[in-house]
Design a protein around this ligand. Structure first.
Ligand code: CMC
Length: 423
């Protein structure tokens, strides 16, 4: 039902249409203030919708996450990452023939240009793999210059597929570069996840055979990380895309945003926190420190979820399956104790702070022998599906404009330039 918001400003009354639970911020301009037309002030965009989207639905209070209307729990149980990528991009689940064609298409594009690989090779051996990944992805538009033609549907599709396909290859190269190992090229004989594991872990054996339970666990982790509506990195992708950029250039913004410890870097920060705590008996002392504002409980809290993050519940199950293969990560007991105490503590309960997706994912990656620096890379690879789907939706949305927020200016005005010797 259409609603109207009545705003009284001095002697004037204004009617603002309320649509989909929002008012148009530009309608506020009709209301004048001493500082000019009325605007909203929203650091961090806490209460501002920046787009219409039909990709991912989240109800943070109820702990619900759906991709194109399908609950994450069902997708995690029954689907695969590549199928979910198709769903995110095209809006529907593929039939058997469409899925086979899609898998072929993506897998066909897994190789990267040797010079793109060299960008990784030429970086410092100990540089962060997210930095290597960012540089290599930034270079891709140079190898595929027609990707800049974002009004051409075929170019859009081709370059989104290329990016999806090449991310695991570049991620694996970044990993092996830091170990000084030879690069393992993609294999046509292996599916998406098996091939990724082979590019990461293959040594001298003729054929790399990954444990099926690990393949499934990574597939599930990838499904859970594939999209999360307008989070920090997706917003960065859309902002860069809004200036008319190709998917590679736009994805670099996403990788950069994801790198931050408050976003995708949180799983790395969780492991650091667990190792600093060191043992279960030191958990109460650490929790007291968090409550006194000395530290954050990393892997807890979320801008949107004010309930248990549904992804965290599924990851917990995956963690048990991975530990069946790798043996239990000794830090698991510390994490469980943190969760147990926090979920019963007034500080966390009153602020609705629950474990998020990053709380247990780092433990899985550590059990798989990834160094902590690789954890965020393991987030960036699957999030590419969401980035390209959101990139495309933004590019095709006639309501979208170049992103350009307002500011409240707090600096000085109208000063005269003083010569150097007069300062
Ligand atoms: N540990 C301790 N206190 C916390 C935490 C935490 N992890 N998170 C929030 N709070 C407190 C915060 O200090 C504030 O308390 P007060 O009202 O007394 O000032 C209150 O809870 C509300 O927090 P906020 O900072 O206003 O919440 P936000 O929505 O701006 O921040 C967040 C969300 C994810 C940045 C934050 O919860 C956080 O820093 N968590 C730790 C980092 C983390 O795990 N990030 C991964 C997020 S999930 C992956 C992803 O989607 O990127």
């Amino acid at each position: 039902m259409a609603k109207t918001l009545y705003v009284r400003s001095g002697s004037e009354e204004h009617e603002l249409a309320v649509t989909d639970g929002t008012i148009r911020a530009s309608d506020l301009r009709r209301i004048s203030t001493d500082a000019g037309p009325l605007a909203t002030y929203d650091p961090g965009l806490l209460n501002t919708a920046s787009c219409r989207s039909s990709i991912t639905y989240i109800d943070g209070d109820a702990g619900i996450l759906e991709y194109r209307g399908y609950p994450i729990e069902q997708l995690a149980e029954k689907s695969t990452y590549l199928e979910v990528a198709y769903l995110l991009l095209k809006g529907e689940l593929p039939n058997a023939a469409q899925l086979a064609t899609w898998e072929n298409e993506v897998n066909h594009h897994r190789l990267v240009h040797e010079n793109a690989k060299d960008i990784i090779t030429k970086s410092r051996y100990d540089s962060h793999p997210m930095g290597k990944l960012m540089s290599a992805v930034a270079s891709l538009h140079a190898f595929y210059p027609s990707s800049r033609n974002i009004t051409d549907a075929c170019e859009r599709e081709l370059n989104m597929v290329r990016l999806l396909a090449k991310m695991p290859t570049l991620a694996a190269f970044a990993y092996r570069h830091s170990l000084g190992r030879n690069y393992v090229y993609p294999s046509d004989e292996l599916g998406f996840v098996e091939n990724f594991l082979s590019m990461l872990f293959k040594r001298q054996e003729r054929h790399f055979i990954a444990d099926e339970r690990l393949v499934r666990a990574i597939d599930v982790l990838f499904i859970l990380h594939a999209d999360h509506e307008q989070n920090c990195s997706t917003n960065a992708v859309r902002a860069v895309a809004s200036a008319g950029n190709d998917p590679y250039t736009s994805a670099v913004a996403g990788i950069a945003a994801l790198f931050g410890p408050l976003h995708g870097g949180a799983n790395e920060a969780v492991l650091k926190m667990l190792s600093e705590i060191g043992s279960v008996d030191r958990v109460p002392e650490f929790i007291e420190g968090v409550k006194a504002g000395q530290a954050k409980l990393m892997g807890f809290g979320h801008r949107v979820y004010k309930n248990y993050d549904p992804r965290a519940r599924i990851i917990k199950k995956s963690a048990d399956e991975v530990f069946e293969v790798t043996g239990v990560n000794p830090r698991l007991a510390i994490a469980q104790e943190l969760e147990r105490i926090a979920l019963n503590d007034e500080y966390f309960v009153s602020r609705k702070l629950y474990p998020n997706v990053d709380f247990y994912s780092g433990l899985i990656y550590e059990a798989l022998k990834f160094p902590p620096a690789m954890f965020t890379v393991m987030f960036a690879v699957p999030r590419t599906a969401g980035w390209v789907a959101q990139w495309q939706e933004g590019v095709l949305d006639p309501e979208q404009k170049i992103t350009r927020p307002k500011q409240i200016y707090t600096g000085l005005r109208g000063r005269d330039y003083a010569a150097l010797d007069a300062r």
